[in-house]
Each structure stands twice: as structure tokens, then as C-alpha cells.
Write a protein that binds this ligand. Structure first.
Ligand SMILES: Nc1ncnc2c1ncn2[C@@H]1O[C@H](COP(=O)(O)OP(=O)(O)OP(=O)(O)O)[C@@H](O)[C@H]1O
Ligand SMILES: [Mg+2]
Ligand SMILES: [Zn+2]
Length: 471
């Protein structure tokens, strides 16, 4: 059967904090039943357990592995790691180095993203360790369905932690269902609960948990499948067909297949769409920032092309003006107006330009015009390092600026301020200007999401500094 979105897997996670409730037995055998019932379906097992049951059960001789779940969790696409196993079930080899990964494993949705980018299709079953560590949490959040095996009151009690996790993250709990496992049918009770299953189900419902009609009986035959003279683990489907557990697994597999067929857009697909949406938004934001940027350098008025192209990026704090400046224009302007370095000869001139260029390329230059009592402007010029600490401060008088009188010394500065900070009424806006060095080869990079966000963060620090310093 073809599905519209067959390149995103449906994820089934089997999880419980309690050990020995039948998670691995459930995962491995369910995979075999799913495959047997729908041979065209891709069925893949990923195990975070370190018992290597999956490997023992499915390994086909002659296959070479490119890695284990450890590689999966450190970024290798799942499709490169999957091995073909017995009974037509695929699997990724287990690892016992996963505990070392917990520290660096980033965020609760990392696995969901890996599944979205896995290239896998069909159903992926994830067997987890009996805990709720970051990996298990990831497996829970990535799942379209979660089966929580419960065998007694204490395992039922433990479920509340999983439900609480979903509440905390605001994830719909309808994917979660309990399944009574290892049920001993010989035990009967008097009263409203006839047997173990009835009792567990009653308590589950009482706590508001969904509990499947299907359950898994405890069977000595099933238990014996793990222990064989040849060291193999045999499947229920092939070696315990006469038990009621076989019928129960058939029912459970049918239930999972139903969910699979009714989920045209599994979580991995939704997550993929969400990521794409984010990317589109970032691209659009980038283009919006690029829009309206002057094609010329506001200091010299010439086009921003050629070898000494865009060396600096300016943006007003109110984000109303932004653009690029020629490297030489900006550096020359700093030399002439702010550093006031005497240039007795060519050599000294070149040397001072070199120094100013170097310091400007390592810092952010901030221009804050302030009105003086006599209606003119003076300028606070501050250079900050890349972490937002002030390095140097100057105050420059801007006499003549209001009247539009260019004095031959401050002309370049006046042009820059006028182009970037002019208000409607002729004066300057109540804002300031920041000038950042950019990569001359790829100046537009500064407008891309990640870089631009860093720049805005720096602007916030400067704003804090200016507020503290009392503007
Ligand atoms: N239906 C069953 N009837 C009898 N024994 C079973 C059944 N299912 C599982 N077992 C046995 O119970 C034990 C625990 O099962 P399993 O390893 O699947 O649990 P688990 O939850 O994965 O354990 P862990 O938390 O250690 O990973 C095993 O010895 C297994 O053979
Ligand atoms: Mg297990
Ligand atoms: Zn220029």
C-alpha cells in the first residue's frame, strides 16, 4: 500500500521506567508481526538498550555495519546505518556507549529531527531503557504512538512520570497507551476485578490513562524462547504459535497498523514541515532586511561595487536605516573626524589609517548624537568590543551640522549621520548608529538570521550601557 508521505517514518516507542516489564520482548516481536502482516511495509528497530537482544535476534551473517545507534545520535543519517535483519525486519545495531552521550545530547526534539531527516519510511520501533533519561524523553516526544507496558501496581504508579512529562511540554497525551503485560491468567480475584488485567485496567482508567483492550499473557513458552542451547532468541511468531500470546500479538499488531494507516502525516513529517516553515521565514526575513539597502556608500555616494566594496555595515538602533560602507570611506572618516591624527606626510598618514582600520575591524563603532543647550549637536563616539564592553570614548562637537554647514573636516561624518539618523523635522531622530565590520567577500552574511541576531544582541548590550551611562 502506498502512502502519500512514505519518506517519513511512523514512530512507535515502547517505554517504561520499570525494568523487566516486557519492553524488549514487545518491541522485537511486534516488529516481526507487523512485517509478517504487511510484507511491503518497512519495519525498523532502534534500541537504546544495552542488552543487544535486538542484535542477537535479527543479525544476518555477512552484513557489514557502518555504525551503531551511537552514530545515529551523533548525526549520521539513519538510512546509512540500517541493516537488513532476519524476518525482513531492519535494525540499527545497538551500542553500549550511549550513557556518554547524554551530556551533549541537545534538547528534547533532537531525535524527532533525526527521524524527520532519516530517510526511513514505514514503521520505526524504538526500544528504550527502563528510565526517563534525555534519550528516552526524545524517543517519547518523537513518537506517533507510545506503548507503556505495565505488569503490576508499581509499574502502573511509575507511568505518572511519563504523563507528567507530556503535560510539562504541552504534548497531546492521546499517543500514550498502557498495555498490561506478563499477565498471569491463573490468578483470579473475587469482587469487581476478576483478574490481574482487569485490576490494572481499572486502576489505569481511574487515573485517566488510556489502556489497551489487548494485553500480553505471561507464558512459560514465551519465556523459554530467550534461553536456547544455540544462544539464539526465537520469535513468538515462529516458535510459540500455539500460545494465546500469539493471538494477542496479532491483535496488537493490527491495532498499530490501523494507527499507521490513519496517520498520513506522522510527527516526523510535521516536524519537517515546521522546520521548513522556519527556514522560509528566515529567508523572508533576510530578504526583507536586504530590501531598501542603498546601492551606494552614503559617505562618498559611489556605488558599492569593486574591490574595495562593502567593508562595514551600519544600522540605526531604531532599525530604520541600514546599509554598507566602503572600507576606505569609513576608515578615512574615523581618522579625519574622531582621531584627529596629524598627517605630516604620506607615510604617517598610511600608518595611522592602518591602525584605525585594524581597530575598527575588531570592534563596533557607535555614534550617539546629543542635542546641546544651544540647539546644536555634539556626538558621543564609543567603540565596543565584540562582547559589548566599551573600549574607547570620544566626544566631538558637531557645530554647523544643524545649519547644514559642512566644514570640510566633518563632512563625511555629517553625511553618514544625515543619511542614517535624519528625522522628519530636519533634526536627528532620538536614536544612535552602530557600524560593524563585515566579511568583505560575503558582506550580506551579516543580515542572515544567526549573524543578525548576534548583532541585535550586541545592540541590546549597547543600549543597556547607554542607559546606565545616562544619555
Ligand atoms: N509474555 C511473556 N511471558 C513470559 N515471560 C515473558 C513474556 N514477555 C517477556 N517475558 C520475559 O520477561 C523478562 C523481561 O522481558 P524484557 O527483557 O522484554 O523486559 P524489558 O522491559 O525490556 O526489560 P529491561 O527493562 O531490562 O529492558 C524476560 O526474561 C522475558 O523473557
Ligand atoms: Mg529491554
Ligand atoms: Zn564610499
Amino acid at each position: 500500500m502506498m502512502r502519500a508521505m512514505n519518506n517519513f517514518p511512523f514512530i512507535l516507542t515502547i517505554s517504561s521506567e520499570k525494568g523487566g516489564v516486557g519492553k524488549t520482548t514487545l518491541t522485537t516481536n511486534l516488529a516481526i508481526y507487523l512485517k509478517a502482516m504487511l510484507p511491503d511495509l518497512a519495519v525498523t528497530i532502534i534500541s537504546f538498550d544495552n542488552h543487544f537482544t535486538v542484535d542477537k535476534m535479527f543479525e544476518l551473517k555477512g552484513q557489514t555495519s557502518k555504525g551503531t545507534v551511537e552514530q545515529l545520535l551523533t548525526g549520521t543519517p539513519a538510512s546509512e546505518l540500517v541493516l537488513q535483519g532476519q524476518y525482513g525486519v531492519d535494525y540499527i545495531p545497538s551500542s553500549n556507549h550511549l550513557t556518554e552521550l547524554y551530556q551533549e545530547f541537545k534538547g528534547p526534539m533532537a531525535l524527532c529531527r533525526m527521524m524527520a531527516e532519516s530517510g526511513l519510511s514505514g514503521i520505526v520501533l524504538i526500544d528504550t531503557r527502563p528510565d526517563l533519561n534525555i534519550l528516552t524523553q526524545n524517543a517519547l516526544y518523537a513518537a506517533d504512538r507510545v506503548l507503556i507496558p505495565v505488569k503490576d501496581m508499581s509499574s502502573l504508579e511509575n507511568c505518572k512520570h511519563i504523563f507528567a512529562l507530556f503535560d510539562q511540554r504541552g504534548i497531546d497525551k492521546k499517543s500514550l497507551s498502557l498495555i498490561p503485560c506478563l499477565i498471569d491468567n491463573r490468578i483470579k480475584y473475587d469482587g469487581i476485578f476478576k483478574d490481574q488485567r482487569d485490576l490494572l485496567k481499572g486502576f489505569a482508567i481511574n487515573r485517566g490513562y488510556r489502556c489497551l483492550e489487548t494485553y500480553i499473557s505471561k507464558s512459560p513458552k514465551v519465556e523459554s524462547l530467550n534461553t536456547n542451547p544455540d544462544g539464539k532468541i526465537y520469535p513468538i511468531l515462529t516458535h510459540a504459535r500455539e500460545t494465546e500470546v500469539h493471538t494477542q500479538f496479532t491483535e496488537l499488531a493490527q491495532d498499530i497498523l490501523n494507527s499507521y494507516h490513519h496517520t498520513p502525516e506522522p510527527r516526523a513529517c510535521l516536524y519537517h514541515c515546521w522546520l521548513q516553515e522556519q527556514e522560509t521565514q528566515k529567508k523572508e526575513a533576510f530578504l526583507a532586511r536586504l530590501e531598501g539597502i542603498p546601492a551606494h556608500c552614503v559617505i562618498c555616494g559611489r556605488a558599492l561595487e569593486g574591490p574595495t566594496g562593502k567593508g562595514f555595515f551600519y544600522e540605526s538602533a531604531d532599525r530604520n536605516a541600514r546599509g554598507f560602507l566602503h572600507s576606505d570611506c569609513f576608515v578615512e572618516m574615523l581618522r579625519g573626524t574622531l582621531y584627529n591624527l596629524p598627517a605630516p606626510n604620506e607615510e604617517v598618514h598610511a600608518l595611522s589609517l592602518q591602525m584605525i582600520r585594524e581597530s575598527a575591524r575588531e570592534s563596533m563603532s557607535v555614534f550617539l548624537p546629543q542635542k546641546t543647550p544651544d540647539g546644536d549637536y555634539r556626538l558621543r563616539f564609543i567603540q565596543f568590543d565584540q562582547r559589548g564592553s566599551a573600549l574607547l570614548e570620544r566626544t566631538v562637537s558637531l557645530t554647523g551640522f544643524t545649519e547644514g554647514r559642512f566644514d570640510g573636516v566633518h563632512d563625511q561624518l555629517y553625511l553618514l549621520l544625515n543619511e542614517s539618523l535624519a528625522g522628519d523635522g530636519g533634526g536627528l531622530r532620538n536614536s544612535w548608529l552602530a557600524v560593524h565590520p563585515v566579511d568583505e567577500q560575503r558582506p550580506e552574511l551579516v543580515l542572515q538570521e544567526q549573524h543578525y541576531r548576534q548583532l541585535q544582541e550586541l545592540h541590546r548590550r549597547v543600549a543597556d550601557f547607554l542607559a546606565l551611562a545616562g544619555r
